[in-house]
Design a protein around this ligand. Structure first.
Ligand code: FAD
Ligand code: SIN
Length: 536
C-alpha cells in the first residue's frame, strides 16, 4: 500500500470531518470496514445540540452537559465543545449539510430547534428525523471529491503498528485485512482512530454491525490508555420487539410531547425525576427497566398521539414510515419500546486536541474519551463533540505533519495459516452470540458484583478460546470483530467491578449511592508496555 501522510480509520462524522480539514496539509488515506456510509452516524435521528438561539446561552448548555455527566465531566472540554460548536455547525453547512428550518414572522429563514432529555432549552438542530443520513451523505461526497483524500472501502484495520525503537513508542500506521487471510500494511506519519462505538458487545443495540469496539481494542493492544468503559449508555426507547439492529425511536419524540406509559395506560416518569419524560437518559432507562421488572412486562409504551397527525408525519417521517411497516400507526397508536445499548461514553483517552497517550496516534468521535460526556452523555452531544474535536485534532495535525519523518518499514503481522475448518466458523458466530447475551444479562442497566464476577469468568474464558482460534485460523473480518468484542467486553466488566459506587450510567445494587467522600475519578486501563504484540 502507498504511504500517505495521514491515515484515517473510519468514515463516520469524526473521520470525515477530520479528513476534510487535514487534507489541506497532506495526503489522506481513509480506511473503512464496509461501505463508506456504513457508520453509526448514518443512523443518527435526533440531531446536533448547539447554542444557536438568542434565548439560549453557552452557560446553560455547559450546565446541562455537566449535570448529565454526574460529576465526571472535564469542565474545560465541555466548555470548548459548547463554545466552538456554533462555528462547527457553520462548517457543516458550508460543506452542504442542510438542516430543517422554518420562516419566522419577519420572513427570515430560521433553524428549527428540537428538545431532548436533560436539555433545559430547545437547541437540537436536525434534518427531520434523519439528521445522520444527511450529514453522512454530504460529508462522504465532499471526501470522495477531494483530490487529497483516498477512501478505501471493505478493508478492516487489524492492529496498529508501533515502533518501539525511539525513546517512546510511536504509532507508524496500521495492519489491514484486505480480504480473508490477506494482510497489507499501511504506513503513515499520523494515524487517526475514528472507528466509532462498541454497542455490538451487547445483544440488543441501536448500533450498526460495524460497532464492535475495534478502535478501543486496537488502542489497548498498542499500549494506549483507555478510560470509563463502565459507562455504556442504554437508550430508553428502541422499538419492541428488537430484531437485529434495534430500531431507535428518537428521544426527540419525547421532546415533541411523547410520554411513556405502562400497559395500563399510566404515566410513570413523574415518580422518578422532576423533568419527567425528559429526564437524563440514564434515569429514564433505569425507570423503564424497573417498571418492566416489577410488572413482569417485556416493554412499555411511548405515546405521541397527543400531537396533531400532520405534525407527527412532518417531524418524524422516517420513524412514521418504519412503524407503518410494523403495522403501527404512531399518530393513533402507542409504540412498544425497550432500552437498548446505544453509546459508549468512555474510550481511548485523549487530550483536548485528540492526542492519545501513544505518539502520532489520535482518536476522535465515539471511540475517544476526552472528558466531555463524563458518566452519562447528554442527548445529541455526540455529533457535536465529534465535529468540534475532529476540527481541533486537524489543526494540530496540520501544524505538525510536515515536520514528522516518514515511518520505516512496518513490523510484520503473521497469519500464515492456510485454511480454516467449518467448525471454526461455527465457533465464531456462537461465541459472538454468547458474549452479547452474557453482557446483556449480567452487565446491563442494573448490575451487581455477583453478576459482574460471573460475567468476568465466562467472558475471560471465551476471550482465551478466541485468542487460540485466532492463532490457528485464517483471519476474517468476523474473527477480528469477535476478538475485539471479547476484549472490550472483558474491559467493560473490569472497569465496572472497579467502580465501587453508582454513578451516571453505572448502577450497581451493591453500591447504590454515589461515593462523594472523595473527588470522583475516571477508571483507567492500559496494557503494560511490551514489544511483543498480542495480534493473531
Ligand atoms: P461512526 O459513525 O460509527 O463511524 C465509525 C467508522 O469506523 C465506520 O465507518 C466503520 O465502518 C469504521 N470502522 C470501525 N471499525 C473499523 C475497522 N476495524 N477498520 C476500518 N474501519 C472501521 N448522536 C447525536 O449526537 N445525535 C443523534 O441524534 C444521535 N442519534 C443516534 C441514533 C442511532 C441509531 C445511533 C446508533 C447513534 C446515534 N447517536 C446520535 C450517536 C452518534 O451517531 C455516534 O456516536 C456518532 O455518529 C459516532 O460517530 P463516529 O464518527 O465516531 O463513528
Ligand atoms: C435520539 O435521537 O434519541 C438519539 C440522540 C442521541 O443519541 O444523542
Amino acid at each position: 500500500m502507498e504511504k500517505s501522510d495521514i491515515l484515517v480509520i473510519g468514515s463516520g462524522i469524526a473521520g470525515l470531518t477530520f479528513a476534510l480539514e487535514a487534507a489541506e496539509a497532506g495526503t489522506v488515506t481513509m480506511i473503512t470496514k464496509k461501505q463508506d456510509t456504513d457508520a453509526s452516524t448514518n443512523y443518527a435521528q435526533g440531531g446536533i445540540a448547539s447554542v444557536l438561539s438568542m434565548k439560549d446561552s453557552f452557560d446553560l448548555h455547559v450546565e446541562d452537559t455537566i449535570r448529565s455527566g454526574a460529576g465526571l465531566c472535564r469542565k474545560r472540554a465541555v466548555s470548548i465543545m459548547v463554545r466552538e460548536g456554533p462555528q462547527r455547525i457553520r462548517d457543516l453547512q458550508k460543506w452542504g449539510v442542510e438542516f430543517s428550518h422554518y420562516y419566522n414572522e419577519n420572513g427570515r429563514k430560521v433553524l428549527a430547534l428540537g428538545r431532548e432529555g436533560g436539555h433545559s432549552m430547545d437547541r437540537i438542530i436536525h434534518k427531520a428525523d434523519h439528521t445522520g443520513r444527511e450529514v453522512e451523505a454530504t460529508l462522504v461526497k465532499c471526501c470522495q471529491e477531494h483530490p487529497n483524500i483516498l477512501i478505501i472501502e471493505h478493508t478492516s484495520a487489524i492492529d496498529l503498528a508501533v515502533d518501539y525503537s525511539g525513546r517512546s513508542p510511536r504509532c507508524v500506521g496500521v495492519h489491514l485485512l484486505i480480504s480473508d487471510g490477506k494482510i497489507e500494511h499501511a504506513p503513515a506519519k499520523i494515524t487517526m482512530l475514528s472507528t466509532g462505538g462498541c454497542g455490538q458487545v451487547y445483544l440488543h443495540t441501536t448500533n450498526p454491525s460495524i460497532a464492535t469496539g475495534d478502535g478501543i481494542a486496537m488502542a489497548y493492544r498498542a499500549g494506549a490508555r483507555i478510560s470509563n468503559l463502565e459507562f455504556m449508555q442504554f437508550h430508553p426507547t428502541a422499538l419492541y420487539p428488537v430484531k437485529g439492529q434495534a430500531f431507535l425511536i428518537s428521544e426527540a419524540v419525547r421532546g415533541f410531547g411523547g410520554v411513556l406509559r405502562t400497559s395500563d395506560g399510566n404515566t410513570f416518569m413523574q415518580n422518578y425525576h422532576p423533568m419527567r419524560d425528559l429526564a437524563p437518559r440514564d434515569i429514564v432507562a433505569r425507570a423503564i427497566d424497573r417498571e418492566m421488572k416489577t410488572r413482569g412486562e417485556d416493554f412499555v409504551y411511548l405515546d405521541i398521539t397527543g400531537r396533531r397527525q400532520d405534525e407527527i408525519r412532518e417531524r418524524f417521517p422516517s420513524i412514521y414510515r418504519h412503524l407503518l411497516t410494523q403495522n403501527i400507526n404512531m399518530t393513533k397508536e402507542w409504540i412498544p419500546v425497550v432500552p437498548a445499548a446505544h453509546y459508549m461514553c468512555g474510550g481511548v483517552v485523549t487530550d483536548l486536541y485528540g492526542r492519545t497517550s501513544l505518539q502520532c496516534l489520535y482518536a476522535t468521535g465515539e471511540v475517544a474519551c476526552n472528558g466531555v460526556h463524563g458518566a452519562n452523555r447528554l442527548a445529541s452531544n455526540s455529533l457535536l463533540e465529534a465535529v468540534v474535536f475532529a476540527h481541533r485534532a486537524s489543526q494540530r495535525v496540520k501544524a505538525e505533519v510536515k515536520d514528522l519523518l516518514e515511518p520505516e518499514t512496518l513490523p510484520m503481522l503473521d497469519n500464515s495459516v492456510e485454511s480454516s475448518t467449518e467448525e471454526e466458523w461455527v465457533l465464531v458466530s456462537h461465541d459472538r452470540f454468547e458474549l452479547q447475551k452474557l453482557m446483556w444479562d449480567f452487565v446491563g442497566i442494573v448490575r451487581s458484583t455477583l453478576r459482574l464476577e460471573r460475567a468476568r469468568s465466562r467472558v475471560d474464558l471465551i476471550k482465551r478460546e478466541v485468542e487460540n482460534l485466532c492463532k490457528r485460523s485464517v483471519l476474517t473480518e468476523g474473527l477480528l470483530e469477535l476478538r475485539n468484542i471479547a476484549l472490550v467486553a472483558s474491559m467493560i466488566i473490569r472497569s465496572a467491578l472497579r467502580r465501587r459506587e453508582s454513578r451516571g450510567l453505572h448502577y450497581t445494587t451493591d453500591y447504590p449511592e454515589e461515593d462523594n467522600s472523595r473527588k470522583p475519578r475516571d477508571s483507567v486501563l492500559f496494557r503494560r508496555r511490551s514489544k511483543q504484540s498480542e495480534h493473531c
